[in-house]
Design a protein around this ligand. Sequence first.
Ligand SMILES: NC(=O)c1ccc[n+]([C@@H]2O[C@H](COP(=O)([O-])OP(=O)(O)OC[C@H]3O[C@@H](n4cnc5c(N)ncnc54)[C@H](OP(=O)(O)O)[C@@H]3O)[C@@H](O)[C@H]2O)c1
Length: 450
Amino acid sequence: MQATQTPYDILILGASGFTGKYVVREALKFINAPSSPLKSLALAGRSTNKLAQTLQWAAYPSPPPSIPILTADISDPPSLHRLCSQTKLVLNCVGPYRLFGEPVAAACANSGCDYLDICGEPEFMERMEAEYHEKAVKTGSLLVSACGFDSIPAELGLMFNSRQWKSPAVPNRVEAYVSLESDKRIVGNFGTYESAVLGVANAQKLQELRRSRPKRARPLIPGSPPPRGPMIEHQKKIGLSAVKLPSADATVVRRTLSVLTENPGGFPGANESSEAKEKREAFWSTVKPAHFGVKIGAKSLLGIYRFIIVGRFIGFLSGSAFGRWLLLKFPSFFSLGFFRKKGPSEDEVKSAAFKMWFVGHGYSNSNLVSRGDSKPDMEIITRVSGPEIAYLTTPIILVQCALILLCQRENLPHGGVFPPGIVFGATDLQHRLHENGISFDVISRSVLSP
Ligand SMILES: NC(=O)c1ccc[n+]([C@@H]2O[C@H](COP(=O)([O-])OP(=O)(O)OC[C@H]3O[C@@H](n4cnc5c(N)ncnc54)[C@H](OP(=O)(O)O)[C@@H]3O)[C@@H](O)[C@H]2O)c1
């Protein structure tokens, strides 16, 4: 943890990027606002010109506030160390993280300042944990990836569902179904597409990394693992057809559940009061682990076939250098219009929204599990919903995580590399998201016929 005399509370690195500029816009809402812990903000990146334009865009229609602009380049580690010595917290919006993330995480871990990012790349996250956890524990730097749509709705959404299972009821599995909605086109920027393509291309490296690491603790989940099921599922209750979504969410949630298995009361805060300790332990005692998976849903089969075709293009072509070149040269064509070099227009962003349904199956009484052959007899459906995922929801989440770091740092782990759920689960993040337009609702509870 940095001493409090560092000039900036938050520094946004990669602020000139497509997502970065929306993060700046979100952060400006809180600077010097009443009761906001955010008193000083700086922007950083390679080009002062672009950063000045970002500030102008983000502040519009107000004139750009006077916010310091600092230059730094990922390929110049001393420039990153200079940034870290000037801030309590870096929000890293420079991706793909597999290409650009490590020097930033390393600079934060070495200097002791905190670090959050919006990465959705499991290999990067797990590699940073392997490489920098020990160092970060020593320096008191808290490094948390996936503080965006990847993977906070999944992490908090699973916890929210699992906490609805009041004893003696227990969940066995929760399947999340993401549904994207808009009356305009749903479009993502090239940066996310490139991160996804490179992630699929390097899937083997993630497996190698996992094989080289100690086995993670497995949570004790009542009942058998869920059956595989068909490739396309028709979820009548929520009116969606769905296919597996190979996003980071399931792997991030599994990491959190594994950490929780080893630390059933969560992690002690760096300097928490006995009241905060009691609250934290009480929270985690209500979170029950469950098998977890994520699917992407659409109202029509045609929508599902579009997802499958894009997945096949990326899966098939990302394996060779020429295939990757084709995918990255013609993003719009190979993503069937889901991604564009220039990203979505502001209108497209404004008109989009998401719903993430959590369909939980479990047992009305944990005694049923010991009978061996018994199937789940209870279903609880919950939902997380909010605005457009990448440029509205992600900045809201990232900025709220940052504000929690600023005002509740004593209740968070001293230092280390962690998945977001275990760090923010027991804080007021869910409440903060709710207040900023991302809601958590219980939809139904029902008894399943045998
Ligand atoms: N978690 C989520 O749900 C979520 C949502 C949205 C985005 N993301 C992720 O966020 C990342 C960024 O996406 P994006 O669409 O915003 O990409 P982008 O528009 O390409 O922005 C990339 C940013 O990185 C900066 N950068 C690149 N190379 C750099 C270097 N050598 N030194 C310093 N800065 C450098 C760029 O600076 P210049 O302006 O100088 O080029 C730009 O500011 C991607 O990995 C994406 O997957 C995640």
